[in-house]
Each structure stands twice: as C-alpha cells, then as structure tokens.
Design a protein around this ligand. Structure first.
Ligand SMILES: Nc1ncnc2c1ncn2[C@@H]1O[C@H](COP(=O)(O)OP(=O)(O)O)[C@@H](O)[C@H]1O
Ligand SMILES: [Mg+2]
Length: 272
C-alpha cells in the first residue's frame, strides 16, 4: 500500500468545524485543480475555523499558494466549490466576487507593494479604490494602521528605501486597512531572519487579538506554526490530510503528523 493511501484512510474524515452547524466564513469543498497534466489539488476539503488563526503546512510545491489563490477567487477550481462568507465564489457574478474580495486581505511573500507609491499611499490604496471615504478619514485609518505595525516614521518612504521586514509590515497594514473578515498570509516569514520572523509573528498575534477575523497563514516554518496557530492543517499530495487544534497536532502521537510537524526526514513520509 502506498503511503499516500495509508494517510488518506487515516485522515479522510471530514474536517472539523467547531462552530458545528452554521455557515463557516471560509470553506473549500472537494477542490480539484490541474495545470496541464500536473494534478495539484486532488479533492481538497477544509472548513476553516472562524475567528481563529489556521496555519497550513506542507512541503513546497504541494499547492499551498494555489489553495490561497482559489480562496481569494484568483483561480477557478476545475471541480469543487469555494465558499466565502456563505457564498459560492463561482456561482455569483463577477461584480459580487469582486465585492467579496474587498472583505479579504492578502499579505503576499514580499508585501507586493507598488514600487512607485510611498508606504502611506500603498496603505491608502484599497481605501481610495474601494470606498468613498474622504482623504481625512483615510488619513485617520492609514495613520492608525501604520502605527500598529510600527511604521509611523516611514509614511513617505518608497518600498525600496525600507527593509524587507518593514515591507512586510507595510503589506500587513495594507492587507488590514479594509477591516477584512478573512486575512491570508502566504509565507510571511520567507526571507526574514529568526528575530524578524518572531517579531512578525508577534505582530500577527497582536493584530488578530485586536481585530479578530479568520486568518489563514501558510508557512513551512514549524516555529511560526507553533507560535501563531490556533488550528493546523496539513496538506499532502493535493489534499488536507489533517486539520485540528494546534495543541493537539503538536502533541500528536500519529507518526505522520509527528514527522510533518517535526520536519524530520525519518518517518512514514517519503519524497515521492
Ligand atoms: N499558474 C500556474 N500554472 C502552472 N502551474 C502552476 C501554476 N501555479 C502553480 N503551479 C504549479 O502548482 C504546484 C503547486 O504550486 P504552489 O501552490 O505555488 O506550491 P506551494 O505549496 O509551494 O505554495 C507547483 O508545481 C507549481 O509549479
Ligand atoms: Mg507557495
């Protein structure tokens, strides 16, 4: 028996949703996605825990970023449904999908700032684009957000004039500026040294405590996962093979989960 089928049989149960009955703010149902002949997502199911920080872990190239792109509505699944705030992303109009996207904030790897705009204008951008707030109101919000991420003194800097860590914090401020219900972080710790990673993780926790929301963080750094997660999801070969409370996952005796979360090479997980 291949390892994959062993894992699938042990973990195939529908994913937990402690909210139980009601609608989840974010759910992936049986998502399949291929690029050419390469199957990336192969029936991925996940009901994300509302108002919690879920961390998704998985080897590189397993489809973590592809999953985020589906949840944000940038990629359409070949099969399956993406439900955001109770709406099926691909059964609504383009306009409705666009509106839903304004309820989501995304922090991409490098902050994805506009190079020609100052930190202030980058952060103000979503408000100017999606709301009819006055410049006074915008200034109030942007100043507060930039202060929360420790960038009070960087309003007028261009992205290439600040450090990578500061760019991520600016990206974070921008991701939160619309008070999103759902926030995505795609490997926020990539390219940061351990100290800056730790500071960014503290910031994520502080911002979540302050503003709530359903956070999904993709990382391959186990320390980040340990520090910030309420829930942990493990992706393997295009499926979620484990989803549950972080504390339980990290204490798990399951050899697969243990190997996954310890990052060790010895164990049931093979390279192929
Ligand atoms: N737009 C695309 N076109 C073709 N292949 C893609 C595309 N996006 C992702 N892939 C492939 O899908 C796989 C998963 O990618 P990705 O989600 O970026 O992995 P990761 O888990 O490291 O984030 C990779 O093999 C990648 O090359
Ligand atoms: Mg990725």
């Amino acid at each position: 028996m291949s390892f994959n089928s062993a894992v699938a049989s042990r973990h195939a149960a529908p994913t937990v949703g402690a909210a139980g009955n009601g609608v989840h703010s974010m759910e992936a149902r049986n998502i399949h996605k291929s690029f050419g002949s390469q199957q990336v997502l192969t029936g991925l199911n996940l009901q994300f825990q509302d108002d919690a920080i879920t961390t998704i872990l998985g080897p590189s190239g397993t489809g973590k970023s592809v999953l985020i792109k589906h949840l944000v509505g940038l990629l359409e699944p070949d099969e399956g449904e993406v439900l955001i705030l109770g709406q099926d992303l691909w059964k609504i109009s383009e306009k409705e999908r666009y509106d839903l996207r304004t309820r989501m904030g995304v922090l991409f790897q490098d902050g994805a700032l506009f190079g020609s705009l100052s930190v202030y204008d980058n952060t103000a951008f979503p408000l100017r684009k999606h709301t009819d707030k006055s410049e006074d109101e915008i200034r109030e919000i942007v100043t507060r957000r930039l202060s929360e991420v420790g960038l009070d003194k960087a309003h007028n800097k261009l992205p290439n004039e600040i450090s990578g860590g500061m760019r991520k914090r600016a990206g974070f401020a921008r991701a939160l500026v619309m008070d999103p219900a759902i926030v995505f972080f795609d490997e926020p710790d990539s390219g940061l040294d351990p100290v800056r990673t730790s500071l960014l993780n503290d910031l994520i926790l502080d911002m979540h405590a302050e503003h709530q929301g359903t956070y999904l963080l993709v990382t391959h750094d186990i320390r980040t996962a340990r520090k910030v997660s309420d829930y942990v999801g493990l992706i393997w070969k295009g499926k979620v093979v484990h989803y549950g409370e972080a504390e339980e996952a990290f204490a798990s005796g399951d050899p697969f989960v243990r190997q996954f979360l310890s990052g060790e090479s010895a164990g049931p997980l093979g390279m192929d």
